[in-house]
Design a protein around this ligand. Structure first.
Ligand code: AMP
Ligand code: MG
Length: 489
């Protein structure tokens, strides 16, 4: 079957600059792959945009051969951007192995992009092959499923198709298998997209891109006029980015490559490379092997996001007063702290921690310090205390305190103040431990050893069972936590 009646295509990014595409993008061609084998088809995500009715052969045509979707863009656009990578400015960036394939609305009227990874070379590939390894695709699926289930505002992986090529990579056993991935993302307008325009001294381009974002992407737009709209735009990006940093911290997630080309103005988490989840609350835990100084370590992520925002502010200073932009930026730490309280509370099924808590220290800091000191398993703490604020007949006020594998840690006197802020927190409407997920002794996790163990049978025997079972487990967890519907803006 073709697309469903709810499919709602758009061409807004193309319309920003029809003709040559300058200064925003270049028209490109997809690679012609020797084989197409469907490996992951996200029907939940597809349903949200009216694409779940495609049969598998139509799916391969659109997301492997990139036949245009009716009413959407006529062809792929490689997006132009620069960015700071590990704090060094790099002009040699841009979509080098991906492109914007199509735009469309979801059922909530949110404009989404279907962007690709591994779809072939573009003018921005430099010496790269424009390809993605199958393992890279599998890892992006796992990260997006897990973060979505935990209520993080993230891009969704729509499709992974194996493409039958042999790739050579320094950081994977080679030859490596190849794939092409499609992601559904709330825009691919990066901080680096603005940086490039500023570098080119293209003030008209900067203005147009701000207007594009305000009109199509950011909902909180009371649409001020003149320079005020640029400040309003930056202010929203600052808040959304603070929320993003907070949600990564609460998820125990280390993105790994927090370069300005990997951050979008919508505050959506995206582009998953060497990410890792934390085993224990260690601020110095680093995801990428090439991050030798720990610049993007777990505990430094909020600071890295703040630094990136300063670069975006610097680009916008060409078209708006620098002192007003600086004022917006100066509120980032406060926004971060507020969002962090909320994000960590949500992980316990709470709208907020005990509002009457009289202790000096913020609950998040107290919790992270306690976790660090005791070496508590990060996920297990949230699992054991989820729903603590909703004591009911079938559930003791201290859920799992005695049956958890780390029960002895909760008996320590230094946990007592934390227990108090959890038990007297304000529950989220949907939070309940009634779901069967909570009958497990341990939570669903995605630590690096587990990721490798999911990949091994695929690499060795083309056996996808463990991978598929994991996705089912993660989705069950997502259903139990019921946080996904409340993520985002
Ligand atoms: P990433 O690390 O995926 O965020 O990519 C950083 C930059 O390198 C972007 O401009 C990518 O398009 C480019 N890039 C990464 N891998 C490849 C590849 N295999 N071929 C071409 N360009 C690539
Ligand atoms: Mg990237």
């Amino acid at each position: 079957m073709p697309v469903s009646p709810s499919f709602s295509p758009a061409t807004h990014f193309y319309d920003l600059s029809p003709g040559t595409g300058a200064p925003f993008y270049d028209a490109v061609e997809p690679a012609d792959f020797p084989a197409l084998t469907l490996r992951y088809r996200n029907d939940r995500a597809a349903q949200s945009v009216g694409l779940a009715t495609l049969n598998d052969s139509e799916w391969l045509n659109h997301f492997g051969r990139f036949e245009p979707l009716a009413g959407a863009q006529a062809g792929p656009l490689a997006l132009r951007y620069h960015g700071h990578q590990f704090r060094h400015y790099n002009r040699d960036l841009g979509d080098g192995r991906g492109f914007l394939f199509a735009q469309l609305y979801d059922g909530n009227g949110r404009l989404l992009d279907i962007g690709t990874k591994g779809s072939g070379q573009t003018p921005y590939s430099r010496s790269g092959d424009g390809r993605l390894t199958l393992k890279g695709g599998v890892r992006e699926v796992l990260a997006t499923e897990m973060l979505a289930a935990q209520g993080v505002y993230t891009s969704k992986t729509l499709s992974v198709i194996e493409t039958g090529e042999a790739l050579y990579r320094g950081d994977e056993p080679s030859p490596a298998r190849s794939c092409v991935l499609c992601r559904l993302s709330h825009a691919h307008v990066r901080f680096g997209t603005f940086q490039r325009l500023a570098y080119e001294k293209d003030d008209a381009g900067l203005e147009r891109l701000v207007d594009y974002c305000l009109t199509h992407l950011l909902t909180d737009n009371a649409a001020p006029e003149g320079k005020a709209r640029i400040i309003s735009f930056f202010d929203q990006v600052v808040r959304r980015s603070a929320s993003l940093a907070a949600s990564w911290m609460a998820a125990g997630f280390v993105h790994g490559v927090l370069n300005t080309d990997n951050m979008t103005v919508t505050g959506e988490s995206f582009d998953y490379g060497p990410w890792r989840f934390l085993p224990v609350a260690d601020p110095g835990f680093t995801a990428a092997y090439f991050d030798q100084t720990g610049l993007y370590a777990y505990g430094r992520q909020p600071e890295a996001v703040g630094w990136n925002l300063a670069q975006l502010g610097g680009a916008l200073a060409r078209i708006a007063p620098a002192d007003v932009l600086t004022h917006s930026l100066s509120r980032y730490p406060d926004h971060y702290e507020q969002y962090a309280e909320k994000a960590f509370a949500r992980r316990f099924g709470l709208a907020e921690f005990d509002p009457t808590d009289g202790t000096d220290e913020r609950p998040v800091m107290a919790l992270l310090k306690w976790m660090g000191k005791t070496g508590a398993h990060f996920e297990q703490v949230f699992f054991d205390w989820y729903g603590a604020g909703t004591p009911s007949a079938d559930q003791s006020a201290a859920p799992r305190a005695s049956d958890s594998p780390q029960a002895q840690l909760y008996a320590r006197p230094d946990f007592a103040p934390i227990r108090e802020v959890l038990l007297h927190g304000k529950p989220l409407a949907a939070s309940t431990r009634a779901h069967a997920y909570f009958n497990r002794p341990t939570p669903v996790t995605l630590l690096i050893d587990e990721v490798e163990a999911l990949w091994a049978p695929i690499a060795d025997n083309d056996d996808w069972t463990a991978f598929e079972k994991k996705i089912a487990d993660i989705r069950l967890m997502g259903e139990a936590l019921a946080l996904e519907a409340t993520s985002g803006f």
